[in-house]
Design a protein around this ligand. Structure first.
Ligand SMILES: O=C(COP(=O)(O)O)[C@H](O)[C@H](O)COP(=O)(O)O
Length: 319
């Protein structure tokens, strides 16, 4: 069934990266809703709320996931009839997926203008939107080469170097611990994000904050490419972004024996403070991190009463 398969694909990381996770969840809700044979609005809303809950629990850090689910589910929850709910679900899922893909292209257009001529770029992890920015600048003849990190333990760097190579961008593949060594050669660093908090902190793949620190030390701009649905409204209420802790085997490999008493820590993400972020580029413009509350309020349209409703909504979903 589409829902359990999608939930499994996301939690096992067959589908990964915050943007893809969000679009895949929207599509799963759409397909699941279309497959239901409910006779009443109440039954339909109930089924859809269960589905939303299952999807939201798959990965805890990427705020794109609850944001996408919330956007799609608002149509279902606000409907007066079963037909209206079905139509709104379908329309909203289609709109979210379309707007999300369009946002990536808009961000690439804006970000490419930030790249100097003959730019040497560093990136970390595999971000679809960061790669779109690099490729756009390369198409404009302004990228000399990219330093892409390996991204232990899941090695998403291999996906990045494949995508950049396919686009004809010259790439240097480096281990994560080489980031500081190569920083002097770099003109700017660009990454994606799983969540931007109300104070402009950026939550992204583990190791991002070390690279941002190196960039800051070397006076190199650290730029984050983020669709607006990566901004986390509930952080205005003081909620923290949970950092996903993944299995020890990802670090040690299967079959590797550790000495007794040794524990493995494997957080999948870390937090880069706003002081180390020079620019956040969204589909509605490029801003300093301090602009985050404005994006949340004016663009995502969250007023405080909306916050309270969302608070009830997400808690109803067991987050
Ligand atoms: O940290 C990751 C992926 O982590 P994981 O591999 O654990 O999902 C990416 O940088 C962001 O999700 C942004 O990606 P995008 O720009 O594609 O949304």
């Amino acid at each position: 069934m589409v829902l359990t398969k999608t939930a499994d694909d996301i939690s096992s990381m067959r589908v990964r990266g915050a943007g893809r996770i969000a679009r895949t969840a929207a599509l799963a809700l759409q397909e699941y809703g279309a497959s239901l044979e409910c006779k009443t609005l109440a039954a339909f809303v109930d089924e859809m709320q269960n589905a939303a809950e299952i999807l939201c629990k798959t990965r805890p850090t990427a705020v794109s996931l609850p944001n996408a689910v919330r956007y799609v589910m608002q149509g279902v929850r606000g409907a007066g009839t079963l037909e209206e709910a079905q139509q709104a679900l379908n329309d909203r899922a289609t709109t979210f997926i379309h707007d999300s893909q369009e946002a990536v292209q808009k961000i690439a257009d804006i970000a490419a203008r930030q790249f100097p001529d003959d730019a040497v770029i560093m990136t970390h992890c595999n971000s679809q939107v960061a790669i779109a920015c690099i490729v756009r600048a390369h198409e404009q003849g302004r990228v000399r080469e990219v330093y892409a990190t390996e991204v232990r333990p899941r090695n998403q760097g291999y996906i990045t170097i494949q995508m950049l190579s396919d686009a004809g961008v010259p790439v240097n593949f480096i281990v994560d611990s080489a980031a500081r060594s190569f920083m002097p050669k770099v003109d700017l660093v660009i990454t994606g994000t799983d969540a931007v908090t109300a104070n402009g902190a950026v939550v992204n793949k583990i190791g991002t904050s070390q690279i941002a620190l190196c960039a800051h030390e070397a006076r190199k701009p650290f730029i984050v490419a983020a669709e607006t649905y990566k901004f986390a409204p509930r952080t205005i209420l003081g909620e923290r972004i949970p950092i996903e802790e993944r299995p020890a085997e990802e670090v040690t490999g299967s079959g590797r024996q550790l000495p007794p008493g040794v524990t493995v820590k494997n957080p999948a993400f870390d937090v880069t403070p706003p002081a180390y972020v020079d620019l956040i580029i969204t589909e509605i413009g490029a801003f300093a991190p301090s602009y985050a509350p404005v994006v949340i309020r004016d663009h995502l349209g969250w007023d405080i009463s909306e916050f309270q409703k969302e608070y009830a909504f997400t808690h109803q979903y067991g987050e």
